[in-house]
Design a protein around this ligand. Structure first.
Ligand code: GUN
Ligand code: ZN
Length: 440
């Protein structure tokens, strides 16, 4: 058995806090010990108490930094690591001009392997320990992602996109091959190690009704798989969807009619919703996912979190790289704060950090395994430094509370604020890339 004892300040959430005064919702320990045994959190408490319990453990001292559950990114695109920062277009033009041509390159397995390693390095360096990823249409892209995640023992969710129309040659499957490839990938990867397969019809525009039928069949055959797609991101997308599916009552109804809505369904964006669609989200338990940097970058619109919350609908929050402009969940919370500000909605930093950790875990139904530092859960941990840059350190001189520290991290933080990342108990931050840092 390998035993590691981390020492530092510790924050973990038990439920969503309203603000910092909601102290039952979280545990904060100034001098904490976090004991890891074989990739699992064995104990958490005061350092003195935990150290007495594990005298043989190797101690890693992270003081004065803050230990938290690793971040969870509930929507992003693995084949878009070389699409991020592509200029000047809104959704449909951006897809046609930049994204689809780039995704055709994933027909090559070597390219998939190289990009999978680079993608997971970026996630890890930003403190993200679990992601829910769209792959390309090629089964090999999902194979590469899961193979690389397996090598690193990361809890990874993802799936090959199903898309059989309105896309260039080399980037379309068929209803049958989409079904067959997805079935084979589920058999190969779902529940293997820490991998989970996600049934992934890209969005209504790139699937025929026949393909969505097949996606619905997959969902019925594999009820323990998540489903992911996109919903109501952009007005031109919504208008074209209405043309392609004239019988549907609205955009969400396209997915509803094909048996794709339930509590395991993740719907990226969900910005422009009519009242019936909000009712249907509430009734089915499907989960909208807020992608603030993407929504601002593509000029898509403002996600109305308070409207959904008022109906008991729980949303995820995610980067949506490569329309999203940062791999950092800190920067995602920063832009999320601003999108909600524009609508008079307040995102308290306590709620923000819950959202990126336990909140997103709960959206995935995985809060018993990831998203907290509870004993028995997987040891995916981020160590944060609110004084990582001169500007942050200067601001931190005038901060005295935990909430202020968290807000500095949220507004000013990025990968530089991530001191270390543990994936199933193993330190994984790629320090070799930082000038002057020790090469691991
Ligand atoms: N809708 C369909 N595909 C995509 C994609 O790759 N990115 C975004 N932002 N929206 C989409
Ligand atoms: Zn997306």
């Amino acid at each position: 058995m390998t035993e590691t004892l981390l020492r530092g300040r510790l924050l973990t959430f038990h439920r969503e806090p309203a603000d910092a005064t909601d102290t039952d919702a979280y545990t904060y320990i100034e001098d904490a010990g976090l004991l890891i045994e074989d990739g699992v959190i064995a104990a958490a408490g005061s350092y003195a108490e935990i150290a007495a319990r594990a005298p043989a453990a190797a101690v890693v001292d992270h003081r004065p930094h803050l230990m938290m559950a690793g971040f969870i990114d509930t929507h992003l695109h693995f084949p878009q690591v070389q699409v991020i920062a592509s200029w000047g277009a809104q959704l449909l033009d951006w897809l046609n001009h930049y994204t689809f041509p780039e995704e055709t390159r994933f027909a090559d397995a070597d390219h998939c392997a190289r990009m999978a390693a680079a993608f997971l390095d970026q996630l890890t360096d930003n403190g993200t320990t679990t992601a829910v990823a769209f792959c390309s249409v090629h089964a090999a892209s999902a194979d590469a992602l899961f193979a690389e995640a397996t090598r690193r023992n990361m809890r990874m969710l993802g799936g090959k996109v199903m898309m059989d129309r309105n896309a260039p040659d080399g980037l379309r499957d068929t209803p049958q091959t989409g079904y067959d490839d997805s079935t084979a990938l589920i058999a190969r990867w779902h529940g293997q190690g820490r991998n989970g397969y996600v049934i992934t019809p890209r969005f209504a525009i790139t699937s025929t009704p026949e393909q969505l039928d097949m996606a619905g069949a997959l969902a019925a055959e594999h009820p323990d798989c998540h489903i992911q797609t996109h919903l109501s991101e952009n007005h031109a997308e919504i208008a074209y969807t209405a043309e392609l599916y004239p019988e549907a009552r609205d955009y969400l109804d396209v997915y509803e009619r094909h048996g794709l809505l339930g509590p395991k369904t993740l719907l990226g964006h969900a910005i422009h919703l009519n009242p019936r669609e909000v009712d249907a989200l509430a009734a089915t338990g499907a989960r909208p996912v807020f992608c603030p940097t993407s929504n601002l970058f593509l000029g898509s619109g403002l996600f109305d979190e308070a409207r959904l919350r008022s109906r008991g609908i729980t949303s995820g929050i995610a980067t949506d790289v490569g329309a999203g402009t940062s791999y950092s969940m800190l920067q995602t919370l920063n832009e999320g704060y601003k999108v909600l500000q524009l609508q008079g909605q307040a995102l308290h930093p306590m709620r923000a950090f819950h959202w990126a950790t336990r909140g997103n875990a709960a959206v995935l139904g995985l809060e018993d395994r990831i998203g907290t530092l509870d004993p028995g859960t997987e040891a995916d941990i981020v160590v944060l430094n609110a004084r990582a840059t001169d500007a942050m350190a200067l601001r931190a001189e005038r901060a005295s509370t935990l909430a202020e520290e968290l807000f500095i991290l949220q507004v000013m933080g990025d990968d530089r604020a991530v001191e270390e990342v543990y994936v199933a108990g193993v330190p994984r931050k790629t320090r070799a890339k930082m000038p002057g840092a020790e090469v691991r």
